[in-house]
Design a protein around this ligand. Structure first.
Ligand SMILES: N[C@@H](CCC(=O)N[C@@H](CS)C(=O)NCC(=O)O)C(=O)O
Length: 217
């Protein structure tokens, strides 16, 4: 059964691939799965019909038969568990890949989101510069540890996994901040992931929503 996901009718990032439907599209492309997309407006996201799928009135959601899921991490895990390509078969390697998924969303993403929220909501405060500097130092701590663990490897464990997919999705939120450039192996890691054909297909599909130009095929 072909699943249906939701995405912004008009993404605030103007198609830069930072909205979280991108993670889900990417996972589906890595798994070689077709999918439908239902675009939702900000207004519709807060209505009862959408909240029945997503209690917090957000995107993405995922519907497949009787199953309705929310939370990008849970959706990516669901796709990875049901299709080959995103989680290793070996049980220990699989558990490690899932640990990296949790690390991406639970350990690395929070200070990055804190920085985003501060820049949206607190930019005009007198203490903004001091706050930003503190948040960026917390991000640097995480990036330094991650860079140390990745070292010269291509991926966080032996092979590309859903852990890398989520970690890269999180690191991409730092684009334009200059922070990623302080860690050349992490910048190269993100570039390596972005060169994957599945990423390119997913990126083109979400960009087409913004530009109104669907990719050929
Ligand atoms: N933890 C959730 C976060 C979902 C989320 O923040 N979605 C954003 C788009 S990337 C959204 O719908 N924002 C609009 C809103 O919160 O009203 C996930 O990973 O799916």
């Amino acid at each position: 059964m072909t699943p249906t996901i939701t995405a912004f009718e008009r993404s605030p990032d103007r198609g830069r691939g930072l909205a979280r439907d991108m993670r889900v599209r990417w996972a589906l492309e890595e798994a070689g799965q077709r999918y439908h997309v239902r675009l939702v407006s900000f207004g519709a996201m807060k209505q009862a019909a959408h909240r029945a799928l997503h209690p917090f009135g957000q995107i993405p959601t995922y519907e497949e038969g009787d199953l309705a899921l929310f939370e990008s991490g849970a959706i990516v895990l669901h796709i990875a568990e049901r299709h080959a390509g995103l989680l290793p078969d070996d049980p220990d390697a699989r558990a490690r890949a899932i640990a990296w998924m949790f690390a991406a969303l639970g350990t690395v993403e929070p200070p990055i989101l804190e920085r985003e929220n501060a820049s949206y909501l607190e930019r005009d405060e007198t203490w903004y510069a001091q706050r930003l500097s503190g948040v960026e130092d917390r991000i640097r701590d995480r990036l330094g540890d991650l860079a140390g663990r990745l070292g010269d490897a291509d991926w966080l464990d032996a092979r590309f996994s859903a852990g890398d997919l989520l970690m890269v999705s999180v690191l991409q939120r730092l684009a334009g901040s200059g922070l990623l450039d302080e860690f050349p192996n992490l910048a190269a890691y993100v570039a390596r992931a972005e060169a994957r054909p599945a990423f390119e297909r997913a990126f083109a599909a979400q960009l087409a929503v913004f530009t109104g130009n669907p990719p050929p095929g």
